[in-house]
Design a protein around this ligand. Structure first.
Ligand code: HEC
Length: 114
């Protein structure tokens, strides 16, 4: 009985931790890594200045009007049957959300033009 109560409390605490972690914004060192990844890995298909290539352009004007959730899920799950791979296995949800912000706001691009 106590053991079960303890296990329940422990798993609730862990679930809470996992949620808190996902809500986190990546720290600045991780942001540098993610930005490099965006321009190099994503850029290998979407263009080094995100103007498009094998994959479509990802500049703010290209993404305008597309729901964040749609972009988030595209990055997380990829697009089966196309070259767009799923990134969910290697990126946290909070990191994907941060990438969406960078793309939609054009911040990713400001970095690319430096
Ligand atoms: C191997 C090539 C490839 C790589 C690498 C790649 N993508 Fe894609 N991506 C594509 C293709 C192709 C599409 C279009 C799929 C389709 O036809 O619907 C796409 C679509 C997208 C879309 C949807 C755009 C829209 O207007 O609907 C987003 C957002 C996106 N990719 C982001 C990323 C991000 C972020 C990364 C890196 C973490 C990445 N992609 C890496 C090929 C790639």
């Amino acid at each position: 009985m106590w053991r079960r109560t303890f296990l329940l409390a422990a798993s609730l605490a862990l679930a809470g931790l996992a949620l808190a972690r996902d809500a986190e914004v990546p720290d600045s060192a991780r942001q540098v890594e993610l930005r490099n990844m965006l321009l190099q890995d994503c850029g290998s298909c979407h263009g080094l200045t995100l103007k498009g290539g094998l994959g479509p352009a990802l500049r703010p004007e290209n993404l305008a009007g597309k729901p964040r959730e749609f972009l988030f899920e595209t990055i997380r799950l990829g697009r089966p049957g196309t070259a767009m791979p799923p990134w969910g296995p290697i990126l946290k949800d909070a990191e994907i959300a941060w990438l969406v912000d960078q793309l939609v706001s054009g911040k990713a691009l400001q970095e690319a033009q430096r």
